[in-house]
Design a protein around this ligand. Structure first.
Ligand code: PLP
Length: 371
């Protein structure tokens, strides 16, 4: 927590607004929308719920295809399957592991040949870096297919001056406990289309028609964020700027301290925008004698948690049946290779410089580089 949350929570308690309704919810929506510079927002119970609502808004129906980044968390593509849609997984490009415009174009060409275009392209901004949106937009405009941005990990990141989440037809954020700011659990749907947001609000509050009694002409969902949790979010938003700076510093410290180790490459940061540096990630070079698990285990021995990067969705048992389009013409795909060689390093903003130096010295020692 950032120190400002209790003020908003107490306000909710004092005014007895404990429901998924109340001034914190509306203010949080307005404050996030203002921060990223978009017309409107709907606060929901999770980022996953926000993706689900975005898919419903683009009119997903059973059997529809959704082109989706493969290198991501399962929450990105699960809602496609909730609606009976079929994800088509798109590989990463090598510069920052986000959706490859080349692989995307391949998928479009293949399915155009079959006379079946996707209902939407669901693009993820991985670990806080924005995908190459100009290239992706150009392809989507050509085929007239809407874009949904999964900016769950990228609140505050920018691309050529535009904020993550504001470039597509719909954008989503997550306020899960591990994200750059949190409401303990929560999410948000943002869009320029205010009519669509009204519809999402209707669906996410059980689709209650205007009537004195309970009347329902559509299927509903219980997806609204509560006023208490929105209070946490409002407090957190006040420290977002500070966190962005802290996260960047953490990344730069790793970059500086690991620079001498030949087998290690920190994630490349694209200069077309500003990352929010949600997680500092590094990659081992192909011929490194030390592998990802060696590093994770060495840290684990010291009670420090690190993890491999996301395992691509097209390699997940549950999603294996769906098609995948690789960036490469031959050999292993970019996302599979990233999974084999990538590590998410401890990146919490509470981490002190001493704690980070401990992480660094364990890694340096493993490669027989002292401090
Ligand atoms: C965290 C995350 C989500 C889901 O957010 P929840 O709020 O946990 O439902 C979706 N996509 C990505 C890429 C995420 O990292």
């Amino acid at each position: 927590m950032g120190g400002h949350e209790m003020r908003f929570i107490e306000e909710a308690f004092d005014t007895n607004w404990i429901a998924p309704l109340g001034p914190n919810v509306e203010n949080f929506e307005k404050e996030v929308a203002d921060y990223v510079g978009i017309d409107g927002a709907v606060a929901l119970s999770s980022g996953t719920a926000a993706i689900h609502m975005a898919l419903k808004l683009i009119g997903i129906e059973p059997g529809d295809l959704i082109f989706c980044s493969s290198l991501t968390f399962a929450a990105t593509c699960n809602p496609i399957v909730y609606e009976g849609g079929k994800p088509v997984f798109i590989d990463s490009e090598p510069q920052n592991m986000n959706m490859s415009p080349k692989a995307l174009e391949k998928a479009f060409k293949y399915y155009q040949g079959k006379g079946q275009l996707p209902k939407a392209v669901l693009v993820v901004h991985l670990y806080g870096q924005v995908a190459d949106m100009d290239a992706i937009e150009e392809i989507c405009n050509k085929y007239q297919v809407p874009i949904i941005e999964d900016a769950a990990e990228a609140l505050g990141a920018t691309y050529k001056g535009r904020y993550a989440g504001t470039m597509g037809d719909y954008g989503i954020f997550s306020f899960n406990g591990n994200k750059i700011i949190t409401t303990s659990g929560g999410g948000m749907l943002v869009s320029r289309n205010k009519e669509a947001l009204k519809k999402a609000l209707f669906w996410s509050t059980q689709s209650r028609d205007k009537a004195r009694h309970y009347e329902h002409s559509e299927l509903g969902f219980n997806y609204r964020m509560s006023n208490v949790l929105a209070g946490i979010g409002r407090g957190q938003l006040l420290v977002l700027k500070e966190r962005l700076e802290k996260k960047k510093k953490i990344f730069e410290t790793y970059q500086w301290a690991l620079a001498g180790i030949e087998d290690i490459e920190m994630a490349k940061i694209c200069d077309y925008g500003e990352s929010n540096y949600w997680l500092s990630t590094m990659f081992l070079k192909q011929d490194s004698t030390i592998n990802v698990i060696d590093i994770i285990e060495a840290l684990e021995k010291e009670n420090i948690e690190a993890r491999p990067i996301w395992k691509p969705m097209h390699n997940q048992p549950f999603f294996e049946e769906y098609r995948f389009f690789s960036h490469n013409e031959v050999g292993i795909s970019v996302s599979e290779e990233a999974f084999e060689r990538g590590i998410c390093l401890p990146s919490d903003t509470k981490m002190t410089i001493e704690e980070q130096m401990r992480v660094i010295s364990i890694i340096r020692n493993l490669f027989a580089y002292g401090m």
